[in-house]
Design a protein around this ligand. Structure first.
Ligand SMILES: Cc1cc2nc3c(=O)[nH]c(=O)nc-3n(C[C@H](O)[C@H](O)[C@H](O)COP(=O)(O)OP(=O)(O)OC[C@H]3O[C@@H](n4cnc5c(N)ncnc54)[C@H](O)[C@@H]3O)c2cc1C
Length: 246
C-alpha cells in the first residue's frame, strides 16, 4: 500500500451554522470553517470540546467527519444521542446556531483516498455510517467513476436510518451499491434487507470478496463480528480497516 502524506493537525474554534435533524436521535452539526486551513482524508475524525453545564466540565469526544474534504468551508459532524451519555445528549438537544466549539484534528488511520483500492466495501452499524458517508461523498463529488463502492449498513428501524434520502440518491450512481438492513422494526413495504449483516449478506452482496479493501465502523462487537466473517471468507487482514465507537 502507498504511504500517504499525513494531514497537518490543526486546532480552531468554529461556529455552528446549521443544525440538521437526521433521525429522532441523531443530528448533524454544520460548522463554518471558512478561513481555517483544515484538510483531512475521508474517514478521519476530530476531537471536539463540549462544555457540560451540570458539572462545569469540558468534555473531549471524538467525532468522525461526515462531510467530504472537497467541501472546504463547512465541516459536518453527525452525532447520535446515547441514553445516559453526557456529550451526545448536549450536542443533540442543546446546540443552537451561533454556538462555538473548539475542534482539533484530523486524526486517525481509518480513511480512504485515491491511490488506495478502487474496490471498497464499507460496512457500518448505526452512527458507524458517518465516516463511510464522508468516503462516499468524496467519491461522488470528485466524480471517481472507476472506484466501485459497496455500502452495507444496519440500523435498528426505518426512522433511525441516518442520511436516508442521500443514500437513496447515491444508490443511483452506477459505481455505488447501497444496501440497508433493518435489525428490529421493519415497516410494511420495506424493500431493503432485514436482520443483522452476516456471512450470507456478504456472500450475496459483495463481489469478488478477497479483492476488496474493507472499512468496518460501529460498536466494538459489530466490528469484531464483521472482521471474523471477512477473515473466514478469505480476506487478508491487511485489507480490513476498523474504527470502533464505544
Ligand atoms: C474515532 C471515533 C469516532 C467517533 N465518531 C462518532 C460519530 O461520528 N458520531 C457519534 O455519534 N459518535 C461517535 N463516536 C462516539 C463519541 O466519541 C462518544 O463516545 C459518544 O457520543 C458518547 O459520548 P457521551 O459523552 O454522550 O457518552 P458518555 O457520557 O461518555 O457515556 C457513554 C456510554 O456509557 C454509558 N455510561 C455513562 N456513565 C455510565 C455509568 N456510570 N455506568 C454505566 N454506564 C454509563 C452511557 O449511558 C453511554 O451509553 C466516535 C468515537 C470514536 C472513538
Amino acid at each position: 500500500m502507498i504511504e500517504l502524506e499525513k494531514k497537518p493537525l490543526v486546532e480552531f474554534t468554529a461556529p455552528v451554522i446549521e443544525v440538521r435533524e437526521e433521525t429522532p436521535t441523531t443530528k448533524t452539526l454544520v460548522f463554518d470553517i471558512s478561513g481555517v486551513d483544515f484538510d483531512f482524508y475521508p474517514g478521519q475524525y476530530v476531537m471536539l470540546k463540549v462544555p457540560y453545564p451540570p458539572t462545569g466540565e469540558e468534555l473531549k469526544r471524538a467525532y468522525s467527519i461526515a462531510s467530504s474534504p472537497l467541501q472546504k468551508d463547512r465541516l459536518e459532524l453527525t452525532v447520535k444521542r446515547k441514553e445516559g451519555g453526557k456529550a451526545s445528549v448536549i450536542l443533540t438537544t442543546q446546540v443552537r446556531e451561533g454556538d462555538k466549539f473548539f475542534i482539533k484534528g484530523p486524526y486517525g488511520r481509518f480513511y480512504w483516498t485515491e491511490g488506495m483500492s478502487d474496490r471498497i466495501v464499507l460496512m457500518g452499524a448505526g452512527s458507524g455510517v458517518v465516516p463511510l458517508m464522508s468516503i462516499l461523498r468524496y467519491i461522488r463529488d470528485k466524480g471517481l467513476k472507476k472506484v466501485k463502492a459497496t455500502l452495507l449498513v444496519s440500523y435498528r428501524s426505518f426512522e433511525e436510518i441516518i442520511y436516508r434520502d442521500e443514500l437513496e440518491d447515491l444508490s443511483k450512481h452506477s459505481n455505488m451499491k447501497i444496501r440497508i438492513t433493518l435489525t428490529r422494526e421493519v415497516p410494511e413495504g420495506w424493500r431493503g434487507l432485514r436482520g443483522r449483516i452476516n456471512e450470507e449478506t456478504v456472500l450475496s452482496e459483495v463481489e469478488d470478496i478477497p479483492s476488496n479493501l474493507y472499512y468496518l465502523c460501529g460498536p466494538p462487537k459489530f466490528v469484531d463480528d464483521m472482521k471474523s466473517i471477512l477473515l473466514s471468507l478469505g480476506v487478508d487482514r491487511k485489507q480490513i480497516k476498523t474504527e470502533r465507537y464505544d
